[in-house]
Design a binder for this molecule. Structure first.
Ligand code: ADP
Ligand code: MG
Length: 290
């Protein structure tokens, strides 16, 4: 590698908000044939909003939101912020014994009983029957929403549908990489139905959903074991091990510090299309060197 070409390209990248933290990433990026993208906060904006509330029989919307918000006060998950914003005007009690349940949701004790909230898997593991709300949950997810299930005192009291807008350039990024012979894979802790719907809107065929935070790096390893050269793009704490595992890790600039520390490249503008720019820059640099 001629140090001059690398320096020029690193400078050019930085000027365009693409920070290469090391010279080897610039070379490694030329070899990538798969880009694994985290969904929430990477392909989507990561600012989820409550768009629909469905309650079980005999439960009011305020009751549902109060129970959910009580638990979410203890969580720093983006979904928690959405629920807390929606419950702003309500009086919410401070829960006790808050516990985050990795990749599934959270629990806490309230005056009216234990509250569990999160995905379907959490309801199933806690043996909380959905009381006829299955089809509502399915419909929400097929619309690309995340259905947050809320249970209190042993029964599901309702569903909160949360939507997160797709970043404007995500689709163009998928298309362009496809033309360059690079496949895009979605990797998410969210459920299969929601993930599939969003992937379909983006033109992504390969979806790995319901992946627990600890398994994200494993999924990258599996692709590498198939001989793939993997780039990973993510924003969250839960993406950090996968960013390190990948040949090249790309962090979204608006993401967590941990993700940026684990990545080789930081996309300062938080624009997924800059992946294309980063790869083109690396290809141009390596061409100049030979
Ligand atoms: P991701 O953020 O990529 O979806 P996570 O592992 O953080 O992955 O969460 C997986 C799923 O668990 C979420 O999609 C959501 O359904 C549920 N979940 C996790 N934490 C919470 C929370 N605080 N409130 C509601 N649901 C949650
Ligand atoms: Mg994320």
């Amino acid at each position: 590698a001629t140090p001059m070409a690398v320096m020029v390209s690193t400078g050019l990248g930085a000027k365009n908000g693409i920070l290469f933290k090391n010279a080897s990433a610039l070379e490694d990026a030329t070899k990538l044939n798969v880009i694994v993208c985290d969904k929430t906060g990477t392909l989507t904006v990561g600012q989820p909003e409550v768009v629909e509330i469905v309650t079980a029989k005999g439960i009011t919307e305020d009751q549902l939101l109060t129970a959910a918000a009580a638990v979410e006060q203890g969580s720093d998950h983006p979904l928690a912020q959405a629920i807390l914003r929606r419950a702003e005007k309500l009086t919410v009690e401070a829960p006790t014994k808050f516990e985050s349940l990795d990749g599934m949701g959270a629990r806490a004790e309230t005056a009216a009983g234990t509250v569990f909230l999160g995905n379907r898997l959490l309801m199933d593991t806690q043996k909380l029957p959905l009381d006829g709300l299955e089809s509502e949950a399915t419909r929400m997810q097929e619309d690309g929403r995340t259905a947050v299930h809320v249970a209190q005192a042993g029964r599901v009291i309702g569903l909160i549908a949360i939507a997160d807008a797709i970043r404007p350039s995500s689709k163009a990024m998928v298309e362009k990489l496809g033309k360059r012979g690079i496949e895009v894979v979605m990797l998410t802790g969210d459920n299969e139905a929601t993930a599939r719907r969003i992937a379909k809107d983006l033109g992504i065929d390969n979806v790995m959903a319901d992946v627990l935070p600890a398994q994200k790096a494993e999924k990258v390893k599996e692709l590498q074991a198939q001989g793939k050269k993997v780039g990973m793009v993510g924003d969250g704490v839960n993406d950090a091990p996968a960013l390190t595992q990948a040949e090249v890790g790309f962090a979204i600039g608006a993401g967590t510090d941990v993700a940026m520390e684990s990545a080789d490249v930081v996309l300062m503008k938080s624009d997924p299309y800059d992946i294309v720019g980063a790869i083109e820059l690396s290809r141009a640099t390596v061409r100049k060197m030979h």
